[in-house]
Design a protein around this ligand. Sequence first.
Ligand SMILES: [Mg+2]
Length: 219
Amino acid sequence: MPQRPAACLFDLDGLLLDTEPAHARAWQEAASRFGRPLKEAELLSLRGRRRLDCASQVRQWIAASGGPALSEQELLAVRQPIAEALLAGAPAMPGAEVLVRRCLALRIPMALATSSARAAVEVKVAPHPWMALISERVYGDDPDLVSGKPAPDPFLLAARRLGVAPTACWAFEDSRAGVAAALGAGCRVHVLLPPGVSCRAYPDGVVCLNSLEEVRLDQ
Ligand SMILES: [Mg+2]
């Protein structure tokens, strides 16, 4: 197996930017407003998925526990203003900028494979000029995208746009849905473990990281 990746495919939320606390808090506040606080495991299961897919899941939880029958739009009308205020200030994850700059120095092509919509990504990356070094991007609302994570489509599309085989790519993820997507695409998967999640939760061959600072691209 070649040691150096043909390309690096990066997730955004919870991987390059520390946005997951903001996402979780926004879902928690919105669900609580309808009388259905979310459990920690439920919040974890929302990670890495597209906003509309999350809204569909949360509205089902609310309805199943006797709460109001909401549409996704009614739920998002409450959730989005909370999320947007929190997300605009999200910091980078430790080691993220160094890793991206190292890829650039080694001439390893990079792409973003995110479930986040283009407009939301623009808000989040605005304080982080180094994010512009990742010029190829697959967004959650990408017109060429059929299915979101956990389907492999975002990683397959990112690899295709870079002109490399997905099996020669390293994918960097933090969520269950994202790891499933990257494995399905055939990538070599690196998972940045969320707090309280063990490497035993992942199949053999997945590289577990406690920080992006542990990544070695040129061993
Ligand atoms: Mg993520």
